[in-house]
Design a protein around this ligand. Structure first.
Ligand code: SF4
Ligand code: SF4
Length: 65
């Protein structure tokens, strides 16, 4: 599973400093998650912290396979 940021992201920056793996960076239009770096926050938090902090709930966990 990896976190995926939807196009409705408002680029508020809330999630960026919270990611323990520095997996979130600015893409062409909005922030995006590098699936190679996202570990669902396992070992750091009980739940994906980017999803917890996003004010508009635009991040989902998706199976990339
Ligand atoms: S789920 Fe955790 S590791 Fe993955 S992008 Fe969000 S904050 Fe980073
Ligand atoms: S917290 Fe949500 S709206 Fe804000 S930059 Fe991250 S994904 Fe986008």
């Amino acid at each position: 599973m990896t976190a995926v940021i939807e196009v409705s992201c408002i680029n508020c920056d809330m999630c960026v400093p919270e990611c323990p793996n520095e997996a979130i960076s600015m893409g062409p239009l909005h922030y995006q998650v590098d699936p190679a770096r996202c570990t669902e926050c396992i070992g750091f938090y009980e739940k994906p912290t980017c999803i917890e902090v996003c004010p508009i709930d635009c991040i989902e966990l998706i199976d990339p396979s």
